[in-house]
Design a protein around this ligand. Structure first.
Ligand code: PFF
Length: 468
């Protein structure tokens, strides 16, 4: 089956790589990796993370790209075309982005707000932070239902616009500029961060190995936390890589891309660490704040930098904005692509713009709902023991659907349909050893790691401390 996709294709290998790397590098890299690495054993975490990238990240990326390209379909039909019984894996892969798009767009809206605020500071305009306490400033923003909703809506409209312009004319064209720009901004921010007085403490926090974690329990905990982080960071198990793979030319070397994408993503995560943690330490603050680090701790750093603060603040939030928007585009495109398949299959209807608008409307409604929840500050009824709707949607996607889908996909290709992807993996590839490597890892390594990730996620979401 060597047919090309009917929806369209990437214009070039570079464009495909920029779009996929841009999709992978997101908010997960910026706050998740640096702080988990610091908290989870420094250099040991990094080492385990790198091993997992090669044994699991590269392998699952290759599997998803190959399923996408072989079927030429979005995630739902892609798995169904392998085996009808595997359709539920496609369904899970379609549900995950449906749950994610709302909260991710809200966070994207936050990045625009902070960009505007730092611009305001630069121009001494009333829109700025104006030296306010960062924690109070952040709280008054996310609790303001109107303001946070407006920013979410702006963000969703932007991603709808990019996607409506098409695979080549929208996503690829945008990513070809945005992804390299992201790396350049990162280098600028690092240059400032590591030269601040006291910054070296932050570098030490990230890198110095914590040998106390070198116990069986500590290692299992690190594998499950590094595995979960890697999975989220590479956007696996949620239809994105399958979708982007379905637009890849048959001439492309898939194994090469499956190595380059995780490497670029890991490099970005490490760079993000050097861009943020040293600055946090230099300001005498604690990086263990988790997600709040992006909008509270770092804003405190910029506000304390004097006249240059807003300038670096703007550079930083442009960077965060680019990371968020290229990822959000991929999340919505995963939804659009499968919706296009369904409409074409059922109703012989395939207008990308109309379907993008409909899916965009869904994203808008979900995004507005999560914004109105204001991180749980308005007494909305909550479910599954979570304190915000962001957490609930995250639990449903990252916490359960993504690892479960990836686990079953690994069982499918490692045990039930072994060898099914061989021709797609070797097609026009110079990496001849990859087929065997893929077969071994997807059979023996990915399934147990996915079980550990799943247990780690459930334990973290429900505060169960199974591995701690
Ligand atoms: N991989 C991106 C990140 O690290 O933020 C994007 C992303 C991942 C979006 C997972 C959504 C998601 F559930």
């Amino acid at each position: 089956m060597k047919k090309e996709n009917t929806k369209g294709q990437w214009g070039s290998t570079f464009g495909f790589l920029m779009a996929t790397v841009g999709a992978a590098i997101g908010l997960g890299n910026l706050w998740g990796f640096p702080y988990k690495m610091g908290k989870g054993g420094g250099f040991i975490f990094l080492l385990i993370y790198l091993i997992l990238v090669f044994l699991v990240g590269v392998v699952v990326t290759l599997q998803e790209l190959a399923v996408g390209r072989k079927s030429g379909k979005g995630v739902l039909y892609a798995y169904g075309s392998v085996d009808r019984r595997a359709s539920f894996i496609g369904l899970l892969g379609w549900l995950a982005p449906l749950f994610i798009i709302g909260f991710y767009s809200m966070l994207g809206g936050y990045t625009i707000k902070y960009l505007v605020a730092n611009l305001g500071d630069l121009l001494h305009a009333p829109l700025g932070v104006n030296g306010a306490d960062s924690e109070a400033y952040f709280a008054s923003f996310y609790q303001d239902q109107v303001e946070s909703t407006v920013y979410t809506v702006i963000f969703v409209l932007l991603i709808i616009f990019i996607i409506a312009m098409g695979i080549r004319g929208g996503i690829e064209r945008f990513s070809t500029v945005a992804t390299p720009a992201l790396f350049i901004m990162m280098l600028i921010v690092i240059a400032r961060a590591v030269t601040l007085p006291g910054a070296m403490e932050g570098v030490k926090f990230m890198l110095v190995p914590d040998w106390k974690l070198f116990t069986p329990k500590g290692i299992i905990n690190t594998i499950s936390s590094a595995g979960g982080q890697m999975f989220f960071s590479l956007s696996l198990g949620m239809g994105i890589t399958v979708t982007y793979g379905s637009y890849v030319s048959k001439k492309d070397d898939l194994p090469r891309s499956a190595i380059l994408i995780p490497l670029a993503d890991t490099l970005a995560a490490l760079l993000a660490g050097f861009a943020t943690i040293p600055a946090v330490f230099a300001a005498g603050l604690d990086p263990r704040q988790g997600p709040g680090m992006l909008f509270v701790t770092l804003q405190t750093v910029f506000s304390s930098m004097g006249a240059a603060g807003p300038l670096f603040g703007m550079a930083f939030y442009i960077l965060v904005f680019i990371a968020a928007i290229t990822s959000a585009v991929s999340v919505l495109e995963a939804i659009v692509s499968t919706s296009l398949d369904i409409c074409e299959h059922r109703f012989h209807y395939s207008n990308r713009v109309v379907i993008t608008l409909l899916c965009g409307l869904f994203a808008l409604v979900e995004g507005v709902f999560v914004s109105l929840d204001g991180l749980g500050s308005h007494g909305f009824p909550q479910i599954f023991n979570q304190s915000t709707w962001l957490d609930t949607f995250d639990l449903l996607s990252e916490g359960t659907i993504m690892p479960i889908g990836a686990l079953f996909a690994a069982i499918l290709f490692g045990w039930i349909k072994r060898g099914y992807l061989d021709d797609e993996i070797s097609l026009n590839s110079k990496h001849t050893g990859m087929r065997k490597y893929f077969d071994f890892c997807i059979r023996w390594i990915v399934p147990p790691v996915m079980v550990m990730v799943l247990l780690g996620q459930i334990s973290a979401f429900f505060g169960l401390k199974w591995f701690a």
